[in-house]
Write a protein that binds this ligand. Structure first.
Ligand SMILES: NC(=O)c1ccc[n+]([C@@H]2O[C@H](COP(=O)([O-])OP(=O)(O)OC[C@H]3O[C@@H](n4cnc5c(N)ncnc54)[C@H](O)[C@@H]3O)[C@@H](O)[C@H]2O)c1
Length: 458
């Protein structure tokens, strides 16, 4: 069968896999190939046990795999065959040298650019899907064109706004798709090619185009704004705990102002995920590089409040449990950084676990999708931990439960049963404010929500 276009995506991760599966699902006229250097990941994409958990993903992959969606490790062949190449490799925070702890580590991304240049034998449109610092497209163009032959490369920026846990819904019906390009006739033509792909299922009004630098910057700013809302309400939760105000009541009153809006105003133990912290620090680094100290400090505050919130959570546990956690059994309800994903990258549960182990507590960790990742994240302290999929068994003979992830399943448990199986006094620290605190208190728990007065029997 001949396809209208050959599309390649380099990087088969949380972004590359689902985004390409959606394009293939919606556009049977295109051949979509996803490649990765990690053969295990590719094997998993080709199996019934996909490498990531995302509601609805399996169905989308199964609808297209083998028809017009392919997963492969043959990166060179993919580059040669394709006219459009999405780059969706990881761009973590640099851990060494200049900008360590802040700037993006662009080594994977640069390696990809060089590989494209080496293997390309016809003109290509390169689409930045990874989140990158402003002006990366320029560097990419320079690497691609340094060979001096007459192959032409057009670099576009098309940042991904999907959220894990709702990736399929976000891809199917996005708030917007953003495409940045050079504003030259050739750049506009390349941009139109990408617009046409999305227009197969996204209405044209939702497909925004901009200059390439605005597009790169918009992704960092979007994540910074989202994280800022979480840190704002979390900062207020600390004040609520001192003043007997209730953070959910404050959030409701503030959020009903249509200028503010009510979403993303849930106080919690803090945000996690692979992107928020990394992207804000990247923004901070850029500001410092351009000598904008005040702007950098402002955004860095968002990350500092998040660290503070996690520390506060553990200190509250310690204070509540008579300043000693040694040999107490503490059960973590959830380990994923949010519900409906198995992803644990930067999950607050990692920090909380490590702090509790420092206090010599014994942990029981339960999560419906993230236990394998949790065991990997905590492999150096694993002798302090039991992993248990069943939440009832996990809570048995524990002194406390700490809710780390807002999985729906924790809302519907039989807490009478849980309470009776625990050591007394039984504590419950709700790091996501998802449970019915009054009901838990009536059962006998000592309940410590975020940003609300505790309910204790002492
Ligand atoms: N995870 C999210 O929710 C999300 C959302 C929006 C944007 N992003 C951005 O998308 C990018 C990818 O994120 P992710 O979460 O999918 O990362 P990921 O780590 O899940 O996936 C990246 C993949 O790229 C592969 N890779 C690295 N170098 C390669 C190379 N040279 N050739 C081929 N494959 C290579 C890795 O093996 C890995 O499988 C990042 O820049 C991230 O900031 C992520």
């Amino acid at each position: 069968m001949s396809f209208k276009r050959n599309i390649l995506c380099i990087g088969a991760g949380y972004v590359g896999g689902p985004t390409m599966a959606m394009i293939a699902h919606k556009c049977p006229q295109y051949k979509v190939t996803v490649v990765d250097i990690n053969p295990d990941r590719i094997a998993a994409w080709n199996s019934d046990d996909l490498p990531i958990y995302e509601p609805g993903l399996t169905e989308i992959v199964q609808s297209a795999r083998g028809r017009n969606l392919f997963f492969s490790t043959n990166i060179e062949a993919g580059i040669r065959e394709s006219e459009i190449i999405f780059v969706s490799v990881n761009t973590p925070t640099k851990t060494f040298g200049a900008g360590a702890g802040m700037a993006s580590d662009l080594q994977y991304w640069e390696k990809t650019a060089r590989q494209i240049r080496q293997n390309a034998c016809s003109d290509k449109i390169i689409v930045e899907k990874s989140t990158l610092p402003v002006k990366t497209a320029q560097a990419m163009k320079r690497i691609l064109t340094c060979k001096g032959d007459d192959i032409r490369f057009h670099v576009l920026s098309n940042p991904e706004f999907l959220a894990e846990g709702t990736a399929i819904r976000d891809l199917e019906d996005p708030d917007r798709v953003l495409i940045g390009s050079n504003e030259t006739p050739e750049g506009m033509k390349a941009r139109e090619t990408l617009v046409e792909i999305y227009a197969n299922w996204v209405s044209r009004e939702k497909i925004l185009t901009s200059n390439i630098w605005s597009s790169e910057l918009s992704k960092l700013v979007a994540n910074a704004f989202l994280a800022q809302r979480i840190s704002s309400i979390n900062a207020i939760s600390a004040l609520c705990e001192k003043t007997d105000a209730e953070v959910s009541e404050v959030a409701r009153a503030v959020g009903m102002d249509s200028r503010v809006g009510n979403r993303f105003l849930n106080a919690s133990v803090g945000f996690g995920g692979s992107c928020f912290k990394k992207d804000i620090l990247n923004l901070v680094y850029l500001c410092r590089r351009y000598d904008l100290k005040e702007v950098a400090d402002y955004w860095e505050g968002v990350v500092k409040i998040n660290e503070y919130q996690k520390e506060r959570f553990v200190l509250n546990m310690l204070n509540a449990m008579f300043n000693s956690l040694a040999n107490k059994r503490i059960c973590l309800f959830g380990f994923a950084f949010k519900a409906d994903t198995g992803d644990t990258r930067e999950s607050p549960a990692i920090f909380v676990s490590r702090q509790l182990i420092e206090e010599r507590a014994k942990l029981v960790i339960t999560d419906p999708k993230a236990l394998e990742n949790a065991a990997f994240d905590l492999k150096d302290v694993v002798e302090w931990i039991t992993f248990e999929e069943d939440p009832y068994r996990a809570a048995m003979e524990c002194d406390a439960i700490a809710v780390m992830t807002e999985w729906n399943l924790y809302k519907d448990l039989d807490y009478e049963k849980v309470f009776h199986s625990m050591n007394k006094p039984a504590f419950l620290f709700d790091g996501r404010n998802i449970l019915d605190h009054k009901a838990l208190f009536q059962i006998g728990f000592n309940v410590f929500p975020i940003g609300k007065p505790p309910l204790t029997h002492f």
